[in-house]
Design a protein around this ligand. Structure first.
Ligand SMILES: [Zn+2]
Length: 139
């Protein structure tokens, strides 16, 4: 979903589905998240982005709003190491959590793993799954 160039009507669809009143803040939130790029972010990272875009949410409100977007199927939540990350790509795919960077990557984009090794074949049998590889490099 790309809302960066979206007109009022497209944004209203999302707002209505979430049961939200239209506020300037929420429009900035939606445009900041759905800017056309697939991305992973933590609540703190989104909070920083919003500040850069001059929109201020309390962390509690931000958390609630992100959870609503997860409930309505617009975002996927990934929990790793007791932290919540969010993904704008809601299809099934494998994630890699990079401990040192405290970031989530898509397995396909992670250059540090050997892609010629097979991933668990049983995943192909599942309708939905969540798999996160928690990566810590050898010292
Ligand atoms: Zn992802």
């Amino acid at each position: 979903m790309n809302l960066s160039e979206a007109n009022k009507k497209d944004i209203d669809v999302v707002l209505n589905k979430c049961g939200w009143r239209q506020t300037k803040q929420r429009v900035i939130l939606l445009k900041s998240i759905f800017d056309g790029k697939d991305k992973h972010f933590s609540i703190n990272q989104m909070n920083e982005t919003l500040k850069d875009n001059r929109s201020y949410f309390s962390l509690t409100t931000l958390y609630e709003n992100l959870n609503t977007l997860v409930d309505k199927g617009y975002l996927k939540q990934i929990i790793v190491d007791k932290q919540s990350f969010y993904d704008t790509n809601t299809t099934n795919h494998i994630h890699v959590y990079h401990q040192e960077e405290n970031k989530i990557y898509d397995y396909d984009d992670c250059t540090e793993l050997h892609k010629d090794l097979p991933i668990p074949a049983c995943l192909a049998l599942l309708e939905e799954y969540s798999l996160v590889i928690n990566l810590k490099k050898k010292k």
